[in-house]
Design a protein around this ligand. Structure first.
Ligand code: TXA
Ligand code: MG
Length: 356
């Protein structure tokens, strides 16, 4: 695996590797993706293999401009209403953390969509991602660059630790700013629905296009949709190696301190109150996702904090992890208010907890 920077010369090199059928991890504003030429089935097969991802779980196709959309989508199969909706959402949120599921055009290989008649497409805003995709002259299929079912990567180091030699290169563009994956909005059926909560909140979408089904609002009436449920939304996903238990803020506040467990709070205030109650100083295994209790900041820190707790060593009495100690036994995490990006963070935490 070659480690590249986001310099123009290195992005050229990364684009060359993708054009030649290689697989390259690259930063986006949400999480790092593992990119391959979306039209090259052999390259796509390598992505599935490197991730250990089942073939029934389709990939998001990344584009670097609206013209890419015309190559991926079959506009003739979209209702006029949904075309308007797509145009409105794209004008408001693209480039950015929103993915559309739309009827796929003939050029898109079945492997990319796992045989589904619809494709997922996203125009990321991260400058290195945009430039890389532009330089390939292609569309780039990219799932998150982590082994299937594990924590998503928000730093190049996360990718290197978990996929290392299985991939050809990684472009290091520093930490991702949004920190949770894109919102997946399905407009291939009659009504729009959220298949996965993510970087664009339900509130943002609904302010623009009115009520949207899916995710927190409960199941979509089957008469209203012909599309299959998102195949990637398995119950256990985004999981650390050690068990994670999810708590309400009240439950979390009442937990006793334990030196071999990790504690992940929403806000600095909640963490500090808990430390006081337990007569403790700050410790490295007791983390607040956002000092000021902001859901956007919490989302940006989520996966990095989970990676840190997952790899932390147990605390000696003084309060800092030191080498040679075994890892933590368990992570306790506090649910966020179910608003804004809090919904996406809670979704990831619930899935991480489902494995425990
Ligand atoms: O932010 C993101 O979306 C990141 C970055 C790299 O762009 N990518 C990402 O990809 O999260 P992945 O593969 O980890 O998750 C893609 C999600 C899965 O839940 C998958 O099932 C769903 O999108 N998806 C992809 N294609 C679909 C399709 N044709 N129909 C329904 N759901 C689809
Ligand atoms: Mg993923």
């Amino acid at each position: 695996m070659i480690r590249l920077s986001a310099s123009p010369a290195d992005l050229e090199r990364a684009a060359g590797i993708i054009k030649a059928g290689g697989i390259v991890a690259f930063p986006t504003e949400t999480v790092y993706g593992l990119g391959a030429d979306a039209f090259n089935t052999q390259a796509l097969a390598r992505v599935f293999e490197a991730k250990g991802r089942p073939r029934f779980d389709p990939l998001i196709i990344h584009i670097a401009g609206m013209e890419g959309l015309y190559r991926i989508a079959d506009f003739a199969a979209l209702s006029p209403g949904n075309i308007t909706l797509l145009e409105k959402c794209a004008a408001a949120f693209w480039p950015g953390p929103l993915t559309f599921v739309i009827p796929k055009g003939p050029e898109v290989p079945d492997l990319a969509t796992a045989g589904l008649p619809a494709a997922a497409v996203r125009f990321p805003s991260h400058p290195a991602a945009r430039e890389l995709i532009r330089l390939t002259g292609l569309a780039v299929a990219a799932p998150s660059a982590n082994p299937f079912g594990r924590l998503s990567p928000t730093r190049a180091e996360h990718v290197i630790e978990s996929l290392g030699e299985k991939i050809d290169a990684v472009v290091d563009g520093g930490p991702c700013s949004v920190g949770v994956e894109s919102t997946v909005l399905d407009i291939s059926g009659e009504v729009p629905r959220i298949l996965r909560p993510g970087g664009i909140s339900r509130e943002q979408l609904e302010a623009l296009i009115g009520p949207v089904f899916g995710a927190a609002s409960g199941p979509v009436p089957s008469a209203l949709t012909s599309a299959a449920p998102s195949p990637g939304m398995l119950k256990s996903h985004y999981a650390p190696n050690i068990p994670l238990v999810l708590h309400s803020p009240e439950e979390m506040a009442a937990l006793p301190f334990s030196p071999d467990e990790g504690f992940l709070f929403f806000s600095g205030k909640n963490r500090d109150l808990w430390l006081q109650r337990n007569h403790r100083e700050g410790t490295a295994c007791c983390i607040a996702l956002s000092k000021k209790g902001d859901t956007m900041e919490a989302a940006a820190n989520l996966f990095d904090c989970l990676h840190r707790l997952d790899n932390a060593e147990t605390l000696p009495e003084e309060g800092f992890p030191f080498r040679g100690h075994p890892g933590l036994r368990r992570i306790h995490a506090e649910t966020l208010p179910e608003e804004g990006l809090g919904a996406a963070v809670n979704d990831r935490l619930r899935r991480a907890a489902a494995l425990s």
